[in-house]
Design a protein around this ligand. Structure first.
Ligand SMILES: NC(=O)C1=CN([C@@H]2O[C@H](COP(=O)(O)OP(=O)(O)OC[C@H]3O[C@@H](n4cnc5c(N)ncnc54)[C@H](OP(=O)(O)O)[C@@H]3O)[C@@H](O)[C@H]2O)C=CC1
Ligand SMILES: O=C(O)C1=N[C@H](C(=O)O)C[C@H](O)C1
Length: 275
């Protein structure tokens, strides 16, 4: 790990007043290898875990003053892109867990990653990394089974389906396309069906996607694979947001000092997902 004079990783946190921003600052406070050099928020926010929160509109000047190693972002898709571009101009690496990017936002993140290392992940839980592997393996084993994905989140979540759901769907489609010999690049036969209504039966190439929003559920993802005489259900449940914050800090520590480019959470975990 690279970092400040005493060897600590120095991070900047955007969205410091949000659910995840607070969690990241609290997780950093609980570690002795990470220092929060800067915390910003769009709207005025009281200190978080003793860390003052500055105005995000001044991010460029504040980055120049604080000179952090990595910017850790959990905000919204528009702000995440703007913050990543500001960090790239300042030569600061970026970890973003924000979800809901459109193709334009994704392209701008890619451009930012030409200047600095940028790691984007829809989910920083190690269990989700394991779930992805298990799902890919299961789909290889039963490529003709029906697949339905259900995700459940708290009632404050904006984007649907979740970023993790989209990642899992990409994984399923990639494996199924390969099994069928479809051309690579996501133009295969599979069709995502969001919810269901009407009177026609399910097509084999449908992948059902169901997004539930209720109460304070941190985050649950279930991939159901079903043949005619058996079902296989693979499920991850996040117990609290600390699991995401810890993963994001691990990613920041791993990313600091790397070459510019795009990175994923799997790069951090290597061959294993255990702590
Ligand atoms: N990858 C992962 O492991 C995880 C990813 N996430 C993702 O992280 C993101 C944030 O989630 P969460 O913390 O629950 O959300 P919150 O709504 O609790 O917080 C959002 C934060 O982002 C700021 N923000 C939102 N939109 C803008 C904008 N347009 N300009 C500037 N600031 C903005 C808010 O500022 P303000 O206070 O001013 O409103 C707030 O600080 C989501 O995309 C979510 O899906 C969440 C959990 C885990
Ligand atoms: O908004 C959330 O809360 C979460 N968002 C991420 C997603 O969209 O997949 C990760 C996690 O499920 C929590």
């Amino acid at each position: 790990m690279t970092g400040g004079a005493d060897g600590d990783l120095r991070i900047a946190v955007t969205g410091a007043g949000g659910r995840m921003g607070r969690e990241v600052i609290e997780a950093a406070a609980a570690r002795d290898d990470v220092e929060v050099a800067l915390a910003v928020n769009r709207t005025p926010t009281d200190p978080v875990a003793g860390v003052d929160v500055a105005d995000a509109a001044r991010l460029d000047d504040l980055l120049a003053d604080a000179d952090p190693d990595v910017l850790v972002d959990f905000t919204g898709p528009e702000s995440a892109v703007e913050y990543a571009e500001t960090a790239a101009e300042a030569g600061v690496a970026v970890v973003t867990g924000t979800t809901g990017f459109d193709s334009g936002g994704t392209a701008r993140l890619r451009a930012a990653s030409e200047a600095v290392p940028l790691l984007r992940a829809s989910n920083f839980a190690r269990g989700v990394a394991a779930l992805r592997r298990a799902v890919r393996e299961a789909v290889v084993a039963v490529p003709d089974y029906d697949v339905e994905l259900t995700e459940t989140h708290h009632n404050g979540k904006r984007d649907a389906p979740s970023g993790t759901a989209k990642t899992l769907l990409d994984d399923v489609e990639g494996v199924r396309e390969e099994a069928r010999g479809d051309s690579a690049g996501g133009d295969g036969l599979d069709r995502r069906v969001h919810g269901r209504e009407g009177d026609s039966p399910r097509e084999p190439t449908e992948i059902g996607v169901h997004a539930r929003r209720a109460g304070d559920v941190t985050g649950e993802h279930e991939v159901l694979l079903a043949g005619n005489r058996e079902t296989l259900s693979l499920t991850h449940r996040a117990g609290d947001r600390g699991v995401f914050a810890e993963g994001a800090l691990d990613a920041a520590a791993w990313l600091s000092g790397r070459e510019p480019g795009r990175y994923e959470f799997d790069d951090v975990l290597g061959d294993g997902v255990s702590e």
